[in-house]
Design a protein around this ligand. Structure first.
Ligand SMILES: [Zn+2]
Length: 100
């Protein structure tokens, strides 16, 4: 999996370091520079989330009329998958960029 790099020193972040990413709250462990997510990769994470979460959920809820006992664990699993793949599309920059 390709992981995001520091915009300043090209340090490659570890998966766990960007798992709980908060804009500007994450600092490079090498050079201590703040990392902001780029507008482009913000869009990519949004699209990815809706594909991973929304794609399977729609048929689960509306077509198969799945009972809550299956739906809830499925939701948790999808959420974890979503978290797991997010770092792969993140890109960092030195300045806070607009959301759109
Ligand atoms: Zn750095």
């Amino acid at each position: 999996m390709k992981l995001p790099k520091c915009w300043s020193c090209s340090y490659e972040f570890k998966w766990a370091e960007v798992l709980f990413f908060f804009d500007g709250k994450i600092k490079c462990p090498e050079c201590r520079e703040k990392q902001y997510i780029t507008t482009q990769s913000r869009w990519r994470t949004g699209v990815l989330s809706s594909l991973v979460m929304g794609g399977p959920l729609f048929p689960i809820i509306f077509i198969f009329n799945t009972p809550l006992s299956i739906f809830l664990p499925a939701l948790v699993i999808l959420f974890l998958i979503n978290m797991a793949v997010q770092p792969a599309v993140l890109e960092f920059t030195d300045t806070k960029q607009p959301v759109v």
